[in-house]
Design a protein around this ligand. Structure first.
Ligand code: HEM
Length: 534
């Protein structure tokens, strides 16, 4: 089966270069007559500084690496398209969702979170599932994961979470695994993470293939229609091949034999024409139902159960072309949950709000300055015009004397009025509030959905969770951390805690060190609460 070349792929082709059967030149276009020997003073003499051919080659090589992503460093990506099957103009004015059959080019990158660029694909970890839609109205990025909830409720804890899960700073161990003291130390003090911990200790955290993973936007987003009416939505990707995992024992063996297992599986499937496919669905929550549930829609540690709000399928995504160059596409792509188009907007989820700052900020370092939107894979297929100018590595040659607005000299609008009808305007949400640094009481239940998830598992799947926790906590050297974790697990399911304790040769504690119904650790509360008996 041959894939068609979509608009983004045509756009990329303007930057492609193929050196087959071409003679070598320097970067300045000067023909090179000897690429094997440096210029020396005599056959056995020292090399000469004037050898610009050697200097250029070595200098470029010296600068080949860029920083890896601070998280999600290990990833694999592919091109494809998104096709609308069930248009939703009543919910959103987003152009790419208006018409059945309409196709939008995409690039999708899957990743692990904790490991470095060269780490194994089969780590027990969350998987990133990031899709860049090159729409006619600009870029929309759906930067999701394969697990529908997150560890923390507030962006302020993200650097702590990542510092805890990454290899320890003194010895850079362990690689790509959560099985160590610092991770479990943090988690044991973070009861809000228990729902996500149930998912990460389950089979969901060791997928069989990227092609067999669900994807989730995690946060609640908004859709806004042409009448400026808004609904809340959760985004879902449903794999055509179903959701499948490997067992932990298999994962460890595969990691040893082929750490590129998922990368290769995705590549080979596409090369063979077995194009992976997902359906995109939305759970739609009417604005008036915002406070209807016993959890808060803004709390990213909660799902909206599909029994309460079913998923409506909107379209399908097919990945049908491997990248031409890993670095130029998979590595240089820059996703951002803040890349939205008219008709899609944010909720006030405090984790999402923090993300809206973080991505461009990190990419300024990772991709070397403010012009990384010009890198071919990041370039919009919708026209880009504004008065942003210059900066490191600027490619665009802006002509004319006007780089300000309003203006009369450059055909711009002379007044500070609306610039473009239909341009992005944020949803006009009414906010009346005090400025506070507090966690909402509506975020306080940390165990209800953790229990729900655990109870939804088959006996075999439950036994995998027990084994995973025994394995993980068995690697924790500090007894107090293990005991704190057993205490938290007992809040999810007493039998689960007891089974894990048995494997560790430990006891489930009868008291917790700190109250568990708050999303804060004891030191934030002053550390003077009475221990709670359970
Ligand atoms: C990557 C920050 C939560 C999904 C990243 C990167 C940063 C970051 C700095 C590296 C980006 C780059 O170098 O291009 C944060 C912060 C979070 C957060 C501050 C919370 C406050 C989440 C959540 C999800 C998520 C909840 C899932 C819904 C991803 C994915 C990538 C990523 C999929 C990899 C994108 C790619 O393939 O390039 N995140 N993140 N992150 N994040 Fe987050």
């Amino acid at each position: 089966m041959k894939n068609f070349q979509n608009e983004k792929q045509r756009d990329l082709s303007t930057n492609k270069s193929d050196g087959t059967n071409k003679v070598l030149t320097t970067n300045q276009g000067v023909l090179i007559n000897d690429d094997n020997n440096s210029l020396k003073a005599g056959e056995r003499g020292p090399s000469l500084l004037e050898d610009f051919i050697l200097r250029e080659k070595i200098t470029h090589f010296d600068h080949e690496r860029i920083p890896e992503r601070v998280v999600h460093a290990r990833g694999s990506g592919a091109h494809g398209f998104f096709e609308v099957t069930n248009p939703i103009p009543e919910l959103t004015k987003a152009g790419f969702l208006q018409e059945a059959g309409l196709k939008t080019p995409v690039f999708t990158r899957f990743s692990t979170v904790a490991g470095s660029r060269g780490s194994t694909d089969l780590a027990r970890d969350v998987r990133g599932f990031a899709v860049k839609f090159y729409t006619q109205e600009g870029i929309f990025d759906l930067v999701g994961n394969n697990i529908p909830v997150f560890f923390i409720q507030d962006a302020s804890k993200f650097p702590d979470l990542v510092h805890a899960v990454k290899p320890e700073p003194h010895n850079e161990m362990p690689q790509a695994a959560s099985a160590h003291d610092t991770f479990w130390d943090f988690i044991s003090l973070m009861p809000e993470s228990m729902h996500m911990i149930m998912w990460t200790m389950s089979d969901r955290a060791i997928p069989r293939s990227y092609r067999m993973m669900e994807g989730f936007g995690v946060h609640t987003f908004r859709l806004v229609n042409a009448e400026n009416q808004s609904v809340f939505v959760k985004f879902h990707w449903k794999p055509k091949l179903g959701t499948h995992a490997v067992a932990w024992d298999e994962a460890q063996k595969i990691s040893g034999k082929n750490p590129d297992f998922h990368r290769q599986d995705l590549w080979d499937a596409i090369e063979m024409g077995n194009f992976p496919e997902w359906e995109l669905g939305v759970q739609v929550i009417p604005a008036e139902d915002e406070h209807k549930y016993d959890f808060d829609l803004l709390d990213p540690t909660k799902i909206v159960p599909e029994e309460l709000v079913p998923v409506t399928i909107v379209g399908r995504m097919v990945l049908d072309k491997n990248p031409d160059n890993f670095f130029s596409e998979t590595e240089q792509i820059a996703f951002h949950p803040g890349h939205v188009v008219p008709g899609i907007d944010f909720s006030n989820d405090p984790l999402l709000q923090g993300r809206l700052f973080s991505y461009t900020d990190t990419q300024l370092t990772r991709l070397g300055g403010p012009n990384f939107h010009e890198i071919p894979i990041n370039r919009s297929i919708a026209p880009v015009h504004n008065n942003q100018r210059d900066g490191l590595m600027r490619q665009e040659v802006n002509v004319g004397r006007v780089s300000y607005h309003p203006n009369t000299l450059g055909g711009g609008c002379p007044y500070q009025a609306k610039i473009a009808e239909g341009g992005f305007s944020s949803f006009n949400e009414r906010i009346e509030a005090h400025k506070v640094r507090e966690r909402s009481e509506s975020f306080a239940d940390h165990f209800g959905q953790a229990k729900l998830f655990f109870n939804s598992q088959t006996p075999e799947e439950k036994s995998h969770i027990v084994k995973a926790l025994r394995f993980e906590l068995g690697k924790v050297e500090t007894t107090a951390i293990r005991v704190r974790m057993l205490g938290l697990l007992s809040q999810v399911d007493v039998t689960l805690a007891e089974k894990v304790a048995l494997g560790l040769g430990a006891q489930v504690p009868s008291t917790l060190e700190f109250p568990v119904n708050k999303g804060v650790s004891p030191e934030n509360e002053g550390g003077n609460q009475e221990p709670q008996t359970i």
